[in-house]
Write a protein that binds this ligand. Structure first.
Ligand code: ATP
Length: 446
């Protein structure tokens, strides 16, 4: 679709999905705020991932580690050294910095000035934990959530009496001082990750890698991403990060090209053996069947699935945005206009049900509609709307993906039933008010 990116950015702002951070002060580069519908959508994505990991799969437990950690974690993980740095050049005239590998010429692309020699620029965001700003209080906002999981490997395993293989899942914010944040919420300096670390016997790691890669692709397909818009990209051996034995990117076909939405990595025993070395703690797993024999003690391998909440949300918006010219809704006024329908999976839709009185100047009808709204809103995210023609109101709901609209009309007063309209088929059916919540629940779960 032409200008899909602009259309999504505009819809996001107009309908309360995503706003620019600090907008009244001119915005704050690369930071975004999720509005009322955005936060519902984001929560639904996280819920879908969390249920998938901790309920539908066996052997995965949750964790919520703190964002600030001992700086020793980041020294050990390699984030403070060359492992987590970009090569940058700076313009001697305007002092703009550029990623070296993205520059086409040896001059500043903004002002034509001469450039410095490349310097490593660390992506970790520095801060101080404590009242005095000195070297002793320096710490960092975490650049990935997984380190919190490695820190708690023993705590979780022992407190939950887990045996290998098992997984730890976590959702949380991460921060990277990205040099070139861009493409709306695709690359930002503050973002959220959904990571699962699967601890396993090294001999099973290759097989499990394939398993998790397939499972993760299926998750996107189940939630409505078309097969042709998703693909995998294997990272060549010589480009692998220092910790990785194998890395595959799951990519989505964004309006600006194929880009990574999730990484599946075989991290080997790098993390646990390295943290054991730096902390002096024993992080080896002891196979209970080996009865103390040294052959039964080993560092588990880790298969990691690392997805971005914001990138997933962007992916679902791109995938579900559709335009239909005229005639979708019931009013003639809309016949020539382009109608936007966001065909999000029902489980992701921010508003599940809209309650609409057919007219707003008949108190019997509006009162009945408000009563229905009050009952339903305990069960689902609902919206009550009485403003504008019924066709226009249907369209407002289609645009934000609401799967069902309920219309309260004159027949309702006599028969105690309502019209239920389906976003995708636009079919309408009469449903009794008694049992309406259960009926909707069953439809939403289908
Ligand atoms: P990229 O190559 O796009 O910078 P990456 O390989 O550095 O991504 P990982 O470190 O594997 O990304 O992080 C896992 C996931 O976290 C990514 O697939 C993405 O969904 C999300 N993510 C990483 N960096 C950002 C960012 N700056 N903004 C938004 N999401 C991000």
């Amino acid at each position: 679709m032409e200008n899909l990116m602009e259309k999504i950015i505009s819809l996001s702002k107009r309908r309360g999905f995503v706003f620019q951070s600090s907008e009244i002060y001119g915005g704050f580069s690369s930071c975004y705020d999720y509005g009322p519908l955005g936060v519902e959508l984001k929560n639904n994505i996280k819920k879908a991932w969390w249920s998938e990991m901790t309920r539908f799969h066996e052997g995965i437990v949750g964790l919520d580690a703190s964002i600030l950690m001992s700086p020793k974690v980041w020294e050990a993980s390699g984030h403070l050294t060359a492992g987590f740095a970009d090569e940058l050049v700076e313009c001697k005239k305007c002092h703009h910095r550029f990623k070296k590998d993205l520059l086409e010429k040896n001059k500043c692309s903004d002002c034509g000035g001469d450039l410095t020699v490349p310097k490593k620029f660390n992506l970790m965001m520095k801060t101080f934990a404590g009242p005095v700003e000195d070297e002793a209080t320096v710490t960092y906002l975490r650049a990935e959530t997984c380190q919190g999981i490695y820190m708690n490997f023993l705590n979780v395993m022992q407190s939950m009496r887990l045996k290998i293989p098992f997984g730890i899942a976590q959702i949380g914010k991460a921060f990277r001082n990205e040099i070139t944040p861009k493409d709306f919420i695709f690359r930002t300096r503050e973002f959220e990750q959904m990571e699962m670390q699967w601890f396993c016997n090294p001999k099973d790691a290759d097989k499990l890698f394939e398993y998790w890669l397939k499972e993760r692709i299926n998750w996107y397909l189940k939630l409505g991403i078309k097969k042709e818009n998703i693909r995998v990209k294997e990272t060549p051996k010589k480009e692998l990060a220092h910790y990785a034995k194998r890395a595959v990117d799951i990519e989505y076909k964004f309006p600006f090209g194929w880009k990574e939405i999730e990484g599946v990595h075989n991290r080997g025993d790098w993390d646990l053996s390295n943290h054991a070395k730096h902390s002096g703690q024993n992080l080896k797993y002891e196979d209970p069947s080996s009865a103390g024999a040294s052959a039964g003690k080993y560092y588990p391998y880790i298969i990691e699935t690392s997805a971005g909440v914001d990138r997933s949300l962007f992916t679902f918006l791109c995938e579900s945005y559709q335009e239909v010219r005229g005639g979708r809704t019931e009013t003639t006024e809309s016949a020539k206009e382009i109608e936007v329908v966001l065909k999000l999976h029902k489980s992701l839709a921010p508003i599940k049900v809209a309650v609409l009185p057919l007219v707003k100047n008949k108190p019997e009808i509006t009162k009945k509609a408000q009563d229905i709204y009050s009952t339903l809103k305990i069960h689902f995210v609902c919206q009550y709307d009485e403003v504008g023609s019924i066709g226009r109101r249907y369209r407002r709901q289609d645009e934000v993906a609401t799967p069902y609209c309920i219309t309260v009309d004159f027949d309702t007063l006599e028969k105690d039933d309502v019209t239920l309209r389906d976003r995708d088929t636009m079919k309408q059916e009469r449903v009794e008010i008694k049992g309406l919540a259960d009926y909707l629940k069953a439809k939403l779960e289908k």
